[in-house]
Design a protein around this ligand. Sequence first.
Ligand SMILES: Nc1ncnc2c1ncn2[C@@H]1O[C@H](COP(=O)(O)OP(=O)(O)OP(=O)(O)O)[C@@H](O)[C@H]1O
Ligand SMILES: [Mg+2]
Length: 294
Amino acid sequence: MEVEQLEREAGNMTSTIAASTAGASAANPSAPASPAADYLVLSNIAKTFIARGNATNALSATNLTIGQGQFVTLVGPSGCGKSTLLNLVAGLIEPSEGTITIGGAPVRGTDRRIGYVTQADNLLPWRTLRDNVAFPLELAGVPVAERRERADFWMHRVGLAGFGDAYPSELSGGMRQRGNIIRTLIYGPPVILMDEPFGPLDAQTRIVLQDLLLSIWEESRSTVLFVTHDLSEAISLADQVVLMGTKPGRVIRCENVGIERPRDIFQIHEHPEYRRLYKQIWNDLGAQVKKAVE
Ligand SMILES: Nc1ncnc2c1ncn2[C@@H]1O[C@H](COP(=O)(O)OP(=O)(O)OP(=O)(O)O)[C@@H](O)[C@H]1O
Ligand SMILES: [Mg+2]
């Protein structure tokens, strides 16, 4: 990768994290007394990209309401606008139409309430794993000893104890991805966006990390918007599965997942509600995937 590109990426990441961590010393509100049912709201969102004279209608007439502390997964075919939707919520890009609010306040530019685990792992290659994980705390001015302690705690939690001094190039894909995820969890933002965080992992590592993520989330009850290609993952994790369609990208339907928590992620596939939802959503998802490749 070119140095210039690395620096650009680091700059993007820094500005996102800096905005996100401006209030990093504020504790993540644990399960709120009366969580707002309309905490994260997308109203009539459209997004058109213009590139080389061509307009791409990435999202159109998209509405979505997410309750505070909910775990919501987004599924849909490639190119239907999932990452675009997350980038809009993160304030990295602006909608062409419509508004997005969090807790009643509009999202304008990067927002300190939001943590973003992006689709590509963007650990900084010149920093050790520990310094990558602690980066948001460093930007927030947390003293070095505390940063180290908190980073070590999180690395231990996800099976990375002993790798704090390693550089990203010395780690496996799964290890880097765990580092990428805890770099966001470490500062406890009330809203967490995750874009296919387990995408490049094998099925076994994936299920172990799903289990871990759910147990971490059970403690923090952050509001999570999680993109995945994998319908099984979408149902296993979520309170609500949002199905997106293509041409144009939009929300087609939302399904509540009525499976009790805490969940046994290793056995959930046996649950009758899981099977019912899988069948029901797959009918529509399959049709959208076909449409996307036509
Ligand atoms: N910066 C951009 N400029 C021009 N077009 C863009 C830009 N970003 C996204 N698009 C277009 O918007 C559409 C949606 O892209 P997006 O990345 O949101 O899809 P996605 O659902 O995340 O796909 P995938 O599952 O493959 O990650 C695509 O047609 C893509 O080409
Ligand atoms: Mg994407």
